[in-house]
Design a protein around this ligand. Sequence first.
Ligand code: PGA
Length: 242
Amino acid sequence: MPALIVGNWKMNGTGEAVAEIAEMAGAGMGVGAPSLWIAPPFTLIDRAVIVSAGGVKIGGQDCHAKASGAHTGCVSAAMLADLGANFVIVGHSERRRDNGEGNADVRAKAMAGKAAGLEVILCIGETRDERDAGQTNEVLSTQLAGSLPDDAEALIIAYEPVWAIGTGLVPTLEDVAAAHAHIRARLVACYGPAGHGVRILYGGSVTPANAGDLLQVAEVGGVLVGGASLTAASLLAIAAAA
Ligand code: PGA
């Protein structure tokens, strides 16, 4: 299965940045090449959908759990789908930290994304303190138990150690393999054989220099990239490493 490379632009990019997405989409990577997906800020989604012309899938970085209603400043999964988005990221650690989102909120958002016909990338990961205390597997199990949607359809998991995001720190390949193996086992325990079909991404300080090695690790089906996804040059270098 070709790798999936997802760029999370976070709160970066105004109008001129869609040229980067046009360049990514026009790169014509060929058969067997990785798939490229980009989650720009909400404000760029409609323009990104137009310039990507299907060459890059476009998604949201979050959605509300409800389809509509009195929730000032929020965006629903149905609204993302209406703009032509194909996927939504839920449970990113920056959402959990900045907006106090817990596992039940993340599960509700995942269900909303699926109900709107979007593929859902559900993020989990341990903090530095939790890793140092030897609690990584326990934390991942708790996050999965509380946030997985009812079925494995259109679901992708992103393993993102909180301490690796935006820090330049990356777990050892052995630690990545161990976490992904644990997540796979939990998915199969939850969904049965369908749990084998859920793609698991690694995220946290992925760069063109380390992507090749990370993508060789068992059960790593792709990468979720923040800082190194903002330019076509950098994202396409990661794709080339894949
Ligand atoms: P980073 O972010 O690649 O900048 O570490 C990853 C993420 O938050 O998804």
